[in-house]
Design a protein around this ligand. Structure first.
Ligand SMILES: *Cc1c(COP(=O)(O)O)cnc(C)c1O
Length: 489
């Protein structure tokens, strides 16, 4: 051969070293100074244009690529690492976790299986998750992309175990009666996708009315199960939510565990929001009974603030978990020794290749310790109480729902406006706060009333940030309500 073979490695490592050092320096500044920037800002058209361009055949030097990232990507984030981001329900990430993702990518390992240190860490983190929830060491689990996938894993095991047939081979067409899953009317939308993807259909997920506290009404659940049995359906699984996405309500886990035991049903807990209350000194009591579940979904990229993505599915009966997903094609047969002698981690879910998402969780837990993560959860609960108190004490602000955890539903109501006009007004307040980059909250409808929603799942938030939120809502509310009146008059 006349030419050297090509490689993706740089011809000159020193240039790459310098750029990489610059990236780390910039990254540290970026996180350190996050408070001084807007939460979010709209992209100018010339920036957006850059992202519509086609593929280029020739490359450019890494410093130029990096330059583009710094000027066109970093100024325009979603905003969830900012101290005043309380929109939807996310974590705020953390620097150590981010370095974990970087190092995991440097190692570049595939966590589908094999005997190597990364695979050991994956299993260790699963073990730690079990400890956090109070699950037995013999239980099994897997790290997945997020809570939606973790719920799908748990519900799929439930479906297969409860089907009473060889569902893997025969499929749902062989079921003697349609299976029924139950969740409250507050259940997260991912469960609908799950039952649809599992071939059971959306109607297989019966929504049980929630009570005045937005918790599943257990009398209604009992009635539904009895009705379904009477009409020839097959009640299989109750999905209890530990922390609903709307208001943070926590279903009565202990009572649902009793009911499932009596009725012979699988109990799955969607703990994506509140499951980790189990590690918080003050929050712990709210999720009593969680460890009685047959399967649990938790979401480290929420209350453990791991960088996206990482979710975790836990299944108490490890054998049932394995039986649901294990496959050993000839190209994946285990060897007596060497790389292929390790456990197949792909046997616990839908992916074959898996990333080393455990490292970011492992490193942050090592650095900070479990106790600190528990205290941070309690701190969010305290912040939610603080915000609720401020709302109650502020004229024209209304607390729409008495929160139990870290979700606060409220609105600006100057009086004399219809529900429709209030929705328009509050939506405009929400959007303006985002556009000016001051704060990000979302909105929802609780018990028929539109409200703004602050999910304080953020280790950077200070009480003064919450003061700024109430101040800004009132300030914008006054201006906008004034305009409305002027238009009318
Ligand atoms: C966030 C959430 C999910 C989905 O989790 P992802 O990590 O976004 O996939 C499921 N259930 C509840 C209650 C959630 O809050």
């Amino acid at each position: 051969m006349s030419k050297l073979p090509e490689t993706l490695d740089p011809a000159d490592w020193e240039t790459h070293r310098a750029v990489a050092h610059q990236m780390v320096d910039d990254a540290i500044d970026y996180i350190r100074d996050v408070r001084s920037r807007p939460v979010w800002q709209d992209m100018p058209p010339q920036v957006r244009e850059q992202f519509r361009k086609g593929l280029s055949h020739e490359g450019m030097p890494l410093p130029n690529v990096y330059q583009q990232v710094m000027t066109e990507v970093f100024p325009f984030p979603m905003g969830n690492i900012h101290p005043r981001f309380w929109m939807w329900y996310m974590g705020a990430s953390n620097f150590t976790g981010a370095m974990g993702d970087f190092l995991a990518a440097i190692l570049g390992s595939n966590l589908g299986g094999g005997d190597h240190a990364a695979a050991e860490i994956d299993k260790q983190v699963i073990g730690w998750m079990k400890e956090m929830i109070g699950y037995p060491a013999e239980a099994s689990g897997t790290l997945v992309s997020g809570g939606s996938m973790a719920n799908l894993i748990g519900l799929t095991v439930a479906r297969n175990v409860m089907s009473g047939i060889d569902l893997r081979n025969e499929g749902i067409g062989a079921l003697s009666a349609p299976m029924r899953f139950y969740g409250s009317d507050q259940v997260h939308s991912c469960h609908r996708i799950a039952v649809e993807a599992m071939g059971l259909g959306n109607n297989a997920l019966r929504r049980i009315p929630s009570d005045a506290d937005c918790r599943m009404d257990l009398a209604a659940l009992r009635t539904a199960i009895t009705e379904d049995r009477a009409s020839g359906l097959h009640p299989a699984c109750v999905i209890a939510t530990a922390g609903t996405v709307n208001t943070g309500a926590i279903d009565d886990l202990a009572a649902i565990a009793d009911l499932c035991a009596e009725e012979g049903l699988w109990m799955h807990v969607d703990g994506c929001i509140g499951g980790l209350l189990a590690i918080a000194p003050k929050g712990r009591a709210m999720v009593n009974g969680i460890a009685r579940a047959d399967s649990i979904a938790i979401d480290p990229h929420k209350w453990l603030h791991a960088p996206f993505e990482v979710g975790c599915a836990l299944v108490k009966d490890a054998d049932a978990h394995l039986r649901t997903f294990t496959v050993t094609p000839e190209y994946l047969e285990a060897a007596p020794r060497g790389i292929a002698s390790g456990a197949w981690l792909h046997d616990f879910g839908l992916q074959t290749s898996r990333g080393f998402r455990a490292l970011k969780v492992w490193m942050a837990l090592k650095e900070h310790g479990l106790a600190k993560f528990g205290r941070l959860i309690d701190q969010d609960l305290d912040h939610a109480c603080y915000l609720s108190d401020r709302i109650i004490a502020t004229p024209n602000l209304e607390l729409c729902f008495p929160g139990v955890i870290n979700i606060v539903c409220f609105r600006y109501d100057p009086g004399g406006l219809s529900e429709e006009a209030l929705k328009r007004l509050n939506t405009e307040i929400m959007v303006r706060m985002q556009e000016t980059g001051i704060a990000a909250v979302s909105d929802t409808t609780v018990r028929g009333r539109h409200c703004l929603r602050a999910a304080i799942n953020n280790h950077r938030t200070l009480p003064s940030d919450l003061d700024m939120l109430t101040g800004e809502v009132v300030r914008l509310g006054e201006i906008l309500a004034q305009n409305t009146r002027m238009k009318k008059g």
